[in-house]
Design a protein. Sequence first.
Length: 277
Amino acid sequence: MKIVDVRATPLRIPTSLAKHDFAGNFFRRNDYCIVEVVTDEGLVGIGDAQAWGVVEATTAVVNQTLKPLLVGEDPARIRALTQRMFRVTHTMGRYGITTFAISGVEVALWDLAGKRAGMPLYDLLGGATVTEVPAYASLVRYPEEDALIEREAARAASEGYTHIKLHQNDSNSVRMAREVVGEEMPLTVDINCAWTTLEATQMALEMSLYDILWLEEPVWPPEDFEGLAKVQADSGVSLASGENLCTARQFKALMEAGGAAFVQSSVIKLGGIGEFL
C-alpha cells in the first residue's frame, strides 16, 4: 500500500459565542483543518489538525510542505514518517503551526492503520483500561458579576455534567458559581495565561476559598514552568497546564519542574498520537 495523496481542507463554522468575551478574544467562528491521507487501495485516513485562528496557515503546511514528504511512502511506517516530517521542518519552528500540521497527518496515518486492521484505534494500541470518563461543561467568560454566570452554571449542573469549568478571572464570579451548584460539584477555573506569578498566586489564594479543583494556565507565558511551580507551591492550589505545549519534551520539562498537578495534552497540537503516547 502506498500514499497517493495528502490533502487538508479548512472548515470555518460560525459560532453563537461571538458576542461573548471568551479567553480574552471575540470568536466569530470555529476553525478546523481536516486532513486526509489517501492510499492506492482506496482507503482514506482522516485526521484533525489544530487550526483555531490559523486555519489557512495549518492547511498550507499540510498541502505544501508535508504532502511531498509522504506521497509514494508506505503509510504503515507511522513513526518513521512522523520523524521525517519533524526533522525536515524543524527550521520552520518546532512548536506551533508546523507541529499542528504534523499532528493532523499523524492522526490520519493512525486512522488508516485502524482501518487496515479492522479495529478501533484503542484496540490497536493495546485495549481500553476504562470505558467511561467524566465530562465537564466549559463555560465562556462572562462580565464580572453577570447573572449569566449563575444561570449557565445551574443549567450545566441540571444537564448532568459532573464538573464545571469557568473562564472567569475574578474570585467573586467563582463564588457566585459555587453558591449555585453547591459544595459537591467540582469547579475548575481556566485563566488562559493572563497573569504574572505574583498575580496568579494572589488570585489562587482568593479562589481557593471556593474549593476549586484546579486553576488552569494562570501564568504568562505558558512555558514558564518554574513560575507555575512557584504558584502551585506558594498557594497550595492544584494547577492544570499543557494545552499550549507541543512535543513530549515540553511536557517532560513541565512535569520535572512540578508545574502542574493536572497535565492536559491535545493530540491535534502536540505532534500526534505517537507523541502523546
